[in-house]
Design a binder for this molecule. Structure first.
Ligand code: SF4
Ligand code: SF4
Length: 388
């Protein structure tokens, strides 16, 4: 494992962080806690969680592991989070910190994120008098939090304006080998300000492992595209920690293996990759699901958008996309859906919530066109079956 400085804090953190958003929830909390202890034994000392992750089990799972590691508390770092909209007063914000401390079984939280800032308005809400940030300052003065940090999905320039105010010690950003072309300015800016930079989504929400063949241009001769994507973040001097959502010991082993031999990408190699990435691939849906919560039509938006990803990564024809949708109707992302792409009433709510700022409504319109063809294919198959 390699270790890096977390911004100007003087803390030495493992380049690989344990992201607690992909535990296997069919397993018991105790079994999942074993995974956390396994990661700690492999040298990982940075653990990231949030209320709500993994059907709200994530903080409890870490809590089981941390209680077993209590004698070594100074040797590892814990981050958790709260949104300004849910904890919109100083008191609620402090109560949220207390609750997380209790669940995590620790006396202090190393990094507490003002979470999921997708618009400047959400940041402003956190900063109002008597709001979340004020509560976090109070918790910090009581020793319950060591560092107040921000988790952002803002554009680089918007984030720059916020970071210039010196209110945060670190930033969590969705950065990976497919989107670095348009997100990198925020990383450089954060580093310049002396903030710790933590990367989330290094595998673009699973898109890279699921499309290794098409993304082979990302990899050097002796690695897979998935390993190359991890190496990109882990080896970058600008990024302190790369969060990996681990589900199995094998996932941990692979990330640690990459970290043990992480050679930085040369500027020439990055330039070649940048040129190979198809236009639009930076707008990949990461399947985070934030768009789903307010859709009045209950459209499975992230399912549609993940299928749309295919057309961004590979050169797919209209009939190939229709076939893909047809397959997903039967057994995939669109099985058991409540509504079709055509049911969208363009209310904008999903786009306001989208962490990747995707023009969801336009994509659904395209998906509707392909879906019509998918239904034609299904009808044709059905009539052929009834003829035989
Ligand atoms: S714009 Fe369409 S998909 Fe988005 S929330 Fe509104 S109805 Fe749902
Ligand atoms: S469309 Fe946006 S919010 Fe919805 S799952 Fe994809 S990236 Fe997340």
């Amino acid at each position: 494992m390699i270790y890096k400085q977390y911004g100007n804090t003087g803390l030495n953190v493992s380049a690989v962080g344990f992201g607690g958003m992909r535990f296997d929830t069919t397993k018991s909390n105790e079994e999942n806690a074993e995974l956390v202890l396994y990661a700690y034994d492999k040298g990982i000392n940075f653990f990231d969680t949030a209320p709500g992750y993994c059907a709200d089990k994530s903080e409890d799972i870490f809590g089981i592991a941390f209680r077993q590691l209590s004698a070594e508390r100074k040797k590892f770092f814990v981050s958790t989070k709260g949104t300004p909209s849910e904890f919109d007063t100083s008191q609620k914000s402090q109560d949220a910190v207390d609750k997380s401390l209790e669940r995590l079984g620790i006396d202090y939280i190393d990094f507490y994120y003002v979470w999921c800032i997708r618009t400047v308005g959400q940041y402003e809400l956190a900063m109002v008098d008597g709001g979340q940030y004020e509560g976090l300052l109070a918790a910090k003065s009581q020793g319950k939090i060591r560092h107040i940090t921000i988790s952002s999905h803002l554009r680089g320039d918007q984030l720059g304006d916020i970071l210039a105010k010196d209110e945060f010690d670190g930033v969590l950003l969705g950065i990976n080998i497919l989107n670095f072309g348009y997100r990198w300015s925020a990383v450089e800016l954060a580093r310049k300000k002396g903030l710790g930079v933590v990367a989330m989504n290094p595998l673009s929400g699973g898109v890279i492992p699921q499309n290794e063949k098409k993304l082979s241009y990302l990899a050097a001769a002796d690695e897979t595209p998935t390993q190359a994507a991890l190496r990109f973040c882990i080896s970058s001097p600008e990024i302190a920690v790369t969060l990996n959502g681990f589900t199995t010991k094998e996932h941990i082993d692979m990330a640690c293996m990459v970290a043990d031999s992480a050679i930085e990408f040369s500027p020439e190699r990055l330039d070649a990759i940048r040129k190979s990435i198809p236009e639009g691939a930076s707008g990949i849906c990461t399947s985070c699901g934030y768009c789903l919560k307010d859709c009045p039509k209950k459209i499975p938006i992230s399912g549609y958008l993940q299928i749309y990803n295919e057309s961004l990564i590979a050169d797919r024809s209209e009939s190939e996309m229709a076939k893909l949708i047809k397959d997903n109707h039967s057994w995939g992302l669109l099985a058991d859906k409540w509504a079709d792409a055509k049911d969208c009433i363009r209310c904008h709510r999903c786009e306001e919530n989208c962490t990747q700022h995707i023009n969801i409504m336009d994509r659904l319109e395209v998906m509707d066109r392909w879906e019509e063809k998918a239904y034609e294919l299904e009808a044709k198959e059905l009539s052929q079956k009834s003829d035989t």
